[in-house]
Design a protein around this ligand. Structure first.
Ligand code: PA5
Length: 457
């Protein structure tokens, strides 16, 4: 990737001759690059005309000041931050937290945490919900509720909000209870904005033209991140640096264009499943975030010929899923392309001690030059990539020198930028999600919402 980009894209195992018929040649890529180059030029023009709004976020930083003001106002008075949201209004928050704060963050004493505990409630399962209610309900006065809904119409989020608001008001009274609510929603539209205006709730704005799954670098994702001590400036500067790389008009150098071209060519060759497999527990939820971005943006009916298109994104985790999925990945159908996420330097690493002298099955672990947990994890990644190669399964690797705000910001912006290129290659609009609507409308119908009396089809 470009010189000032810290992530490295390694496509060696796309081109390796051991892949046989499953190899992509330089000629195949060169054949598709003129078309991708045209798409890059089109996107650049459209961007100048105000489209692809997510691309401007790291530069224009809409709402960042308001986020930091809200953090200044609430950080010290909050022990529990409760985020109510779903889909694009939750997955980014979860991904940032698990990538950039320790796994045990919520269990740590306050002095060892950079902010409040974070609970992102992205489901309406009552058992899950009430478990969190029981916990934060021990002291509502030190709980802050961030309701996130761009549309302001989402049944799951609205239901949670109704319950949580009642409990806050019951515990603290109307004025104090409602002071513990921050709503993140559209500036002008939707029921949630109407409620904010009427009830005078504190609010943050989801910028115009940025859809849920592209909104992690807006107040949607940044408020909970900043509350929990994550450096949002560094995140945004990682994204801004990646913008320079993915704005390169040459698809052979532009990493987003290259990733899109590889997936497109493989889809044409019948490989429509994409497995993203981080070898890093920290990056697991980022792969979940990617899964929504890819699925909701690209799984569509082509308007020109009614063809059903779209790669299926799959999230796996190394080394865990070596013991769960790799059998299928090596010997199952030849329908997958793999992307590994690898971390060169872990924040901490743990030496594996030597033990059980004479028991070779134990001893080699502590004797090896790679005898740390991080060393073992990276060797297992290398081993899996080679094992897949031996079964003629192509893979790419994205290397993180380290997992930090800068590299996570780069990654987010990189994969978001792949989407409009893929959208144009597949002939679909990546910014809508028409097929999600019917399920929502049927829910309204069965829940008796006025205006939905007739069963929608
Ligand atoms: O990416 C999307 O647009 C969706 O996943 C939405 O984020 C999700 O449906 C939640 O919508 P809202 O934020 O309007 O409540």
């Amino acid at each position: 990737m470009a010189a000032n980009i810290q992530l490295k894209l390694d496509t060696q195992y796309i081109h390796d001759s051991r892949l046989g018929l499953h190899r992509l040649s330089a000629e195949q890529l060169n054949d598709v690059y003129p078309r991708v180059g045209g798409i890059l030029a089109e996107i650049a023009d459209e961007r100048r005309a105000g489209r692809h709004r997510f691309r401007e976020l790291p530069h224009e930083r809409p709402g960042v000041e308001a986020v930091m003001q809200a953090v200044a106002d609430y950080h010290d008075s909050t022990d529990n931050l409760l985020v109510l949201g779903i889909g694009g209004s939750a997955l980014g928050n979860i991904a940032l937290q698990s990538a950039l704060n320790p796994y045990t963050y919520n269990l740590l004493p306050r002095e060892d945490r950079r902010g409040p505990r974070l609970f992102v409630l992205d489901n309406v399962d009552p058992v899950y919900f009430e478990a969190v209610m029981d916990f934060v309900g021990r002291d509502w006065s030190r709980t802050l509720v961030n309701v996130i809904s761009k549309s302001g119409e989402t049944a799951e989020t609205s239901a949670q909000f109704l319950i949580v608001r009642n409990r806050l008001v019951e515990a603290l009274g109307k004025a104090e209870g409602e002071d513990r609510i921050v709503v993140t929603t559209d500036a002008a539209h939707g029921t949630m904005r109407k409620i904010v205006n009427e009830q005078k709730y504190r609010s943050l704005i989801v910028p115009d033209g940025v859809g849920g799954r592209f909104s992690v670098l807006t107040p949607v994702g940044l408020f909970s991140a900043a509350m929990c001590g994550i450096d949002v400036d560094a995140l945004l500067s990682g994204a801004a640096a990646m913008d320079a790389a993915v704005s390169n008009p040459d698809p052979a150098i532009n990493p987003a264009a290259k990733i899109a071209a590889i997936h497109y060519l493989y889809m044409e060759l019948g490989k429509s499943l994409h497995v993203m497999m981080p070898y890093s527990q920290q990056l697991k939820d980022l792969a979940d975030w990617y899964r929504q971005l890819w699925a909701e943006s690209l799984g569509k009916i082509r308007p020109d010929n009614q063809e059903n298109v779209g790669p299926t994104p799959i999230r796996a985790l190394g080394a865990t899923d070596q013991h769960s999925q790799v059998q299928l990945y090596r010997e199952g159908p030849h329908d997958k392309v793999f992307t590994f996420l690898e971390v060169e330097e872990f924040d901490v690493d743990t030496i594996i001690p030597r033990g059980f002298p004479g028991v070779e099955a134990m001893e080699y672990l502590g004797r090896s030059e790679e005898g740390t947990l991080g060393g073992l994890l990276n060797i297992e990644k290398k081993a899996t990539a080679l094992a897949l190669l031996a079964s003629q399964r192509p893979s790419m690797t994205i290397r993180f020198p380290a997992v930090n705000e800068r590299t996570v910001g780069e990654f987010i912006y990189l994969y978001e930028s792949v989407i409009p290129i893929m959208g144009k290659l597949l002939g679909v609009n990546p910014y809508d999600q028409p097929a999600v609507e019917l399920g929502k409308q049927l829910t309204f119908h069965f829940m008796g919402r006025q205006g939905y009396e007739k069963m929608p089809e």
